[in-house]
Design a protein around this ligand. Sequence first.
Ligand code: RB5
Length: 141
Amino acid sequence: MKIYIGSDHAGVDLKELVKQHFANQFEFVDAGTFTNESVDYPDFAHQVAENVLKDEQGRGILICGTGNGMAITANKHAGIRAALCWSPEIAALAKQHNNANIIVLPARFISPQLAMDTLDAYFKAEFEGGRHQRRIDKINL
Ligand code: RB5
């Protein structure tokens, strides 16, 4: 499974840790950013969202300071379900109930260890379908 990943300057350090941590598990396609220089989060959220929409098996990881800018932007793309997650429980439910295809992390409010545990829970979880599929089918306008 390919993981499309992106961050702004607030998330770049965590993004690099995430790629190292999961290097043996996933192939990463990194949209950037690659330095601590200030950038605009939508530039990266749009790239990752577009890539996830093109690759049905693919998933996305977006990271900014709060996670909100990335989530708000990615969710403008019909078919993207980007979930802001800060605990393993929320991350598992984001997959089980919402079939989230992008997980968003708040780099300034989560420790690296909790971020890895949160991602782990997301990747291990499976979508439950059923009533949750019915609800997802009602999301797009
Ligand atoms: C950057 O300072 C910060 O605004 C950004 O990372 C993010 O938190 C926006 O939602």
